[in-house]
Design a protein around this ligand. Sequence first.
Ligand code: SAM
Length: 190
Amino acid sequence: MHEDNEVCVVRYGHRPGRDDRMTTHVGLTARALGADRVILPDNAGNAADTVRDITDRFGGPFTVESRTVGPSIARNWEGTVAHLTMYGLPVQEVEQEVREAHAEEPLLVVVGGEKVPFEFYDEAAFNVAVTNQPHSEVAGLAVFLDRLFEGRELDREWTDADRTVVPEATGKRVVDADGDPAHGTGSGEE
Ligand code: SAM
């Protein structure tokens, strides 16, 4: 969120076909909730293109990378690694420490899939649980980022947006860069 040190989210463990929507949503959630960059596995089909397309339409800055993802990404990260897992320490107990670490250096947030190699647990400075109940990488990421930024991400400004949603109690109002009504959001959520 343009703080001194970046927050980068990496998605490990994509199963082609079955996880396509989930991996796309990891990218969209990382973008919407304040991360600066997402790394998606290169076997994740169109996920990276979809997130780039949303960034082009609804603004950034946000960077999307597509590459082979394995434990070496955590091992070689120059900064702090936080790995989201139901087996970790409760987010409410470690969030302050994570924030302090992020104030000093870049933060890599790892979200997994079905099976995450133990090396990620080992490499992480923080194994963080959003409850110790099993749920989803998207839900875990959303709560984690909101805790990390203490809600500031909800008020962030977006730059270079083609279109902007104008909040309304009822209805769907979208305007283009000139403030004229835009036709179709292109978000797939019309
Ligand atoms: N056994 C897995 C685990 O270690 O959390 C659950 C696999 S879940 C299908 C896929 C991913 O969702 C996990 O790798 C983790 O990143 C995230 N996740 C699921 N439940 C979570 C929780 N309670 N807290 C934090 N992350 C969670």
